[in-house]
Design a protein around this ligand. Structure first.
Ligand SMILES: [Zn+2]
Length: 306
């Protein structure tokens, strides 16, 4: 029985990992489209600016921007375009995180159900109150929408400043477009980081809601880091350890943290997980290992000596 449960558990985990990968791909595609559209808008804006104020060689000079304090209008225009993009990004993030919360909650209940720990009538959908509580929670004193808007403000300022300073030696439209592209790429990376970190937090929050807050499970939780070389030193230490809920380290423990927590199903008679996914540091391929924690994995890989 225990073995069957374990196999079933694995196919669910496997299925879920594929769903997560697809969700992430879809999100990235939508995000890239948003950036392309913003880049297009900014390019058009810059072209008009050069048309109006550029010299006969097509260069934009700082003295032209200083005239009648034109730089103030330009700064405002750039801010408006980036702000508009921020709004779209927030919509995208909200949509994506909402469905992650829903999925993860359902997945956790399904896991409990498939392991025989709850009955059909206990598999209840997420309420809007539960969803809002998770969506509105803050991490390190800040809601993700504020982090996003802060980054958008910085992006607009950096872009404006970069264009303004470069114009002191005369700026070409090609240079200005190039600057814009680079700044926007940094912007994408920032949003990706916010998304990656926040989605990981939402997954754990939703799982804990299904397991603990709904009263289906009151045991310890095991912290599981990713078995590859990118895992940070703090998370390596947490890996494989069991914690009471109130002693659980703050999660995600840092931006880009990929750690998850799992209820200690062993104490409920479920066979312990005998294999974990790991990434080979040399081939970078994913494989299964019998290592129980990060240290054991490092020893098996010959990365450290026992
Ligand atoms: Zn981590």
């Amino acid at each position: 029985m225990a073995n069957n449960r374990n196999t079933l558990g694995y196919s669910i985990v496997d299925y879920r990992n594929n769903v997560i990968l697809k969700q992430e791909k879809a999100f990235l595609t939508s995000l890239t489209k948003l950036y392309q559209s913003s880049h297009g808008k900014l390019r058009t804006y810059l072209a008009i600016l050069f048309e109006k104020y550029g010299d006969k060689d097509g260069k934009l000079k700082q003295e032209e921007l200083l005239k009648y304090k034109r730089y103030l209008t330009i700064k405002k225009d750039i801010q408006d375009i980036i702000k508009e993009q921020g709004k779209e990004e927030l919509k995208l993030l909200n949509h994506q995180l909402n469905s992650i919360v829903e999925d993860e909650h359902n997945y956790s209940l399904f896991l409990l159900f498939s392991l025989g720990m709850i009955k059909t009538n206990q598999v209840k959908p997420l309420t809007s109150g539960e969803r809002n509580k998770i969506m509105n929670s803050i991490w390190y004193g800040e809601h993700f929408s504020d982090t996003l808007s802060k980054h958008k403000g910085q992006l607009a300022n950096n872009l404006y400043l970069s264009i303004f300073t470069s114009s002191s030696t005369g700026l070409t439209l090609t240079d200005a477009t190039q600057i814009t592209k680079k700044k926007l790429e940094t912007g994408i990376k920032n949003t990706q980081r916010i998304y990656q970190t926040e989605q990981q937090r939402k997954r754990i929050d939703s799982a804990l809601l299904a397991f603990n807050e709904k009263g289906h499970y009151s045991g310890k939780y095991q912290w599981l880091a990713t078995l590859d070389e990118r895992t940070c030193h703090i998370c390596r230490e947490f890996d494989g350890k069991y914690y009471e809920l109130d002693k659980l380290p703050k999660y995600p423990s840092h931006p880009y943290c990929r750690c998850v927590v799992l209820p200690d199903l062993e104490s409920y008679g479920v066979e312990p997980i005998s294999y974990r996914a790991a990434r080979d540091p040399r081939t970078r391929k994913t494989y299964l290992t019998t290592a129980k924690n990060y240290r054991e994995w490092q020893i098996k890989q010959g990365l450290i000596s026992s």
